[in-house]
Design a protein around this ligand. Structure first.
Ligand code: FES
Length: 491
């Protein structure tokens, strides 16, 4: 087989010590001719390979990354390569949303005795990377700023939710406090003005009167559950917590239950039918510059906000969060106490607007898009802190020095890598609540990265959606010996 001609490219290869590394050795001993572009990293098992290693290499400018482990059923740790296969396949489908050609990454299986196969794999992969040419560099990309088209058709009528049975809910919560079977209930209260809410922690009947319900209830209260009743808390002193949920919030609660991060017996879910919540960035755009909100009043479809004496009627259908147009779960699922019925849903959810915008772009445009967006990131970690599924918090690898996964450099590359870390850690777990994007002070549409992974997970695992069934096993925590939707690609 001829050695490839031309300039060497940078290809990183992660090889399992027990099989593929031996296979490369066998090829070497047999003096099989091979391209010299590969930089080999030996790992104990393909199951040891975190997809973030691959992303690190690609974001840092590797032209290609190859992973090779033991053949299925031959893993020396019995199932490491089965777990790896699912993760690596999700990663392969994630790369294009970043603007990285997925052909630059491949995984395969080579045993220690297959020197000839190793020679073929490495030659074919190197050949493929040479045909693709050097990988585009973030430093060289032209920043592209584009916003998603939010003119969407909701799956059911959106409204201001003012007919919700809030009084009945308040009475029910008060009854729990009288019976002393709940320590705290999380909900929303008015913030500094009527057009904003903040989380409310009700600990007494007086607190319950502060509870509000409407399109300004944008936060996801499930974010606080891990701090109150998570695994890190003293388990013998766990509180009994109630949570008032919108439908989307309830998926986060269910996912926390699914992952056994909170005990079911310590949480009581209260539900009211949600009619949509405002995208506050769009509301602020409608209001323009203002000093003070004077008053807010509601009708069925809109909120009338008087700011600095000027009246603005803002319809929820025009300024809802992207997720609300696609919402097929207006009432919290697995609720212990529900007040009201969920409206009928017409049709099935469309592609989320942020993802639809990226779908229309070429790989180069997506790469430029993320360059432009990450240039604006101030690395405040609000996206992570608002995420109900980001439960590591103080031990987050974005800040730890051991292992030193990421530097504190204020560069596009490091900021994009941080977003990749967040997205990959949410693979098969993100419930699409959009808190990351909502909390972002500069409005970067980072939810699109999580949406792409959720789409890949649904394609690969029979439409799996996280946070729907407390008994379901998250797909990336398991494997099948014969995967239905993951087929071996020959190299
Ligand atoms: Fe080789 Fe697990 S030991 S893939």
């Amino acid at each position: 087989m001829p050695v490839l001609e031309g300039k060497e490219l940078r290809i990183v290869a992660f090889l399992c010590n027990w099989c593929s590394y031996g296979g490369a050795d066998t090829a070497g001993v047999a003096r099989a001719t091979q391209p010299t572009d590969l930089r080999i990293i030996r790992v104990p098992c393909s199951g040891r390979i975190d997809p973030l290693f691959i992303l690190r290499a690609l974001v840092n400018g590797a032209d290609g990354v190859l992973v090779s482990g033991c053949h299925p059923n031959d893993c020396h740790y019995s199932a490491g390569n089965f777990f790896a296969r699912r993760r690596l396949e999700v990663l392969k489908r994630f790369l294009p949303v970043l603007g990285i050609d997925d052909r630059r990454f491949e995984y395969t299986w080579v045993s220690a005795s297959e020197g000839a196969r190793w020679q073929q794999v490495v030659t074919n992969f190197t050949d493929r990377i040479h045909k693709l040419g050097p990988a585009p560099r973030l430093e060289n990309a032209e920043p592209l700023l584009q916003v998603a088209d939010m003119a969407l058709q909701p799956l059911r009528p959106l409204g201001t939710g003012q007919n919700a049975r809030l009084d009945e809910l308040k009475a029910a919560i008060k009854k729990h406090f009288q019976d002393k079977d709940l320590d705290v209930v999380i909900g929303w209260q008015q913030a500094d003005d009527e057009a904003h809410t903040v989380p409310l922690f009700m600990r007494s009947e007086e607190d319950v009167d502060k509870l509000v319900w409407g399109p300004f209830n944008v936060n996801n209260p499930a974010t606080y559950l891990n701090q109150l009743i998570g695994r890190d808390q003293p388990q013998d002193k766990l509180k009994k917590v109630g949570i008032v949920c919108k439908g989307c919030d309830s998926r986060s609660v269910v996912e926390l239950l699914q992952e056994n991060l909170i005990p079911r017996e310590n949480v009581v879910i209260f539900a009211l039918p949600c009619e949509g919540t405002f995208d506050m960035a769009r509301v602020n755009q409608e209001l323009g510059r203002y000093g003070k909100i004077d008053s807010v009043s509601f009708d069925g479809q809109a909120a009338t906000i008087v700011a600095d004496g000027k009246e603005h009627r803002i319809a929820i259908a025009d300024c809802a969060q992207g997720k609300c147009y696609n919402c097929a779960m207006p009432l919290a699922q697995h609720a212990d106490e529900a007040f009201g019925e969920a409206p009928a849903i017409a049709g099935s959810p469309a592609t989320p607007p942020e993802l639809a915008m990226l779908d229309k772009m070429s790989l180069e445009q997506r790469f430029s898009f993320w360059k432009g967006q990450m240039d604006r990131c101030i690395r405040c970690y609000a996206c992570r802190n608002a995420c109900p599924m980001c439960v590591c918090k103080d031990y987050c690898i974005a800040e730890t020095r051991d292992p030193h996964f990421i530097t504190q450099e204020n560069t596009v590359r490091e900021k994009l890598y941080f977003q990749c870390i967040h997205a990959m850690h949410l693979a098969g777990r993100c419930t699409g609540c959009g808190e990351c994007q909502r909390a972002c002070p500069v409005g970067i549409p980072i939810l699109a990265l999580r949406q792409q992974i959720a789409r890949a997970v649904a394609e690969l695992f029979d439409g799996y959606q996280s946070g729907m069934d407390p008994e379901a096993n998250p797909p990336l925590l398991g494997y099948e010996v014969e995967e239905k939707n993951i087929k071996q690609r020959e190299l």
